[in-house]
Design a protein around this ligand. Sequence first.
Ligand SMILES: Cc1cc2nc3c(=O)[nH]c(=O)nc-3n(C[C@H](O)[C@H](O)[C@H](O)COP(=O)(O)OP(=O)(O)OC[C@H]3O[C@@H](n4cnc5c(N)ncnc54)[C@H](O)[C@@H]3O)c2cc1C
Length: 392
Amino acid sequence: MRLEVTPELEDFRREVRAFVAEHAPGIKAHTGVRAPEPELIPAIREWTARLFAAGYLGIGWPAEYGGRPDAHPLEPFIVAEEIARARTWAPIGAGALAAAAIIEFGDQDQRERFLPRIRTGTDLWCQLFSEPSAGSDLASLRTRARSEGEEFVVDGQKVWTTNGQHADRGYLLARTDPAAPKHRGITAFALDMRSPGVEIRPLREITGTTDFNEVFLDGVRIPAANVIGRVNEGWRVATSSLAHERSGVAARGAELFGTLTDLLRLAQDTPVNGGTAAEDSATRQAIGELATRVFVNSAMVSMAQSRLLHGTEQPADAPLGKIFFSELNHDLIDYGLRLQGTAGLRVESDPAAVANGWWQDAHLYSRAYTIAGGANEILRTQIAERGLGMPR
Ligand SMILES: Cc1cc2nc3c(=O)[nH]c(=O)nc-3n(C[C@H](O)[C@H](O)[C@H](O)COP(=O)(O)OP(=O)(O)OC[C@H]3O[C@@H](n4cnc5c(N)ncnc54)[C@H](O)[C@@H]3O)c2cc1C
């Protein structure tokens, strides 16, 4: 493994860190991929526009749309890491995902219509893939899109649509040929979320927040010019654009170091047997073990980045990293709550809760990371089949 952490990259990191400190819209109250309160949306649009204008987002886009294709391939990871390190908002929604699809599969007209509006924060996107009976088995989705002249008419339901309540556009998958084998008859669309027939119903989650939504589509008309790629070839569009979003792993590594630092501070502030938990040997051993796993996670992130740089990625890299991160994240936060003893049972809104109830919210949210982006059970099967070559 060889990671080129050149002086130029170190300069770049310093520059990004200073930029984030100066312009970011404040610290996020909750961990995870969350939906902001509506009043924060203008600040997040502006923050997104600033990051693009500074050349920190869309780095891999074609130069004519503002990208910097000659940049070092680790730059997007550094930006994601620095945003996570500062515990501020990353750009919300599925703009990066939709842009990857439009750049690879869209036509010139679509690139000109959609990409500049993503850059300026004018359009926030959501991802309209999952359905009530199509999550892990996404290809069994049933939302229908019928061709009618120059339009498609869409009927169906999506669910778990993060930030759907704030989105201007949706990156939608719908079935255009019900007779075809299930991976074949799917088409990708760019949907205007304000079209008649789109109804967004916010869901209230176990955390008490509304991060995702149900989206009902009832006779929604989408111009044929908004088909991304070819009709019935949406599965290829979706799987290829999902594979482009890799910088998230770096952000997750930075998030774990942040939680570990909080855990150390908590141990110093928690009284135990006339001293503090930080002086208690059982606590020290438990935190030592968790810290070891945080460093292992960091080494796994570096290994995955090194393989990416050298074109030697392995099929098990991404699922291993996601499982290791999500289970460690849960265990760190779980330990933080246990350390608080009975105070850990307080609800987030209790004014006496430690750190404004951050630990309680993070504990409930930690389950989301074991599901989103591929449930861990499914990823274990991928490791067995694709990584270890075990029978299907
Ligand atoms: C925080 C969060 C944000 C999300 N945001 C979005 C979004 O913006 N847009 C979007 O489209 N989707 C989004 N999703 C949905 C996400 O992609 C799905 O939750 C995920 O694909 C799992 O699907 P499911 O929830 O339908 O669970 P299911 O697929 O029904 O799985 C339920 C359980 O059964 C297990 N299981 C299922 N099949 C198998 C199998 N073959 N072998 C072993 N175990 C199995 C799973 O591991 C899981 O434990 C989000 C999810 C979360 C948690």
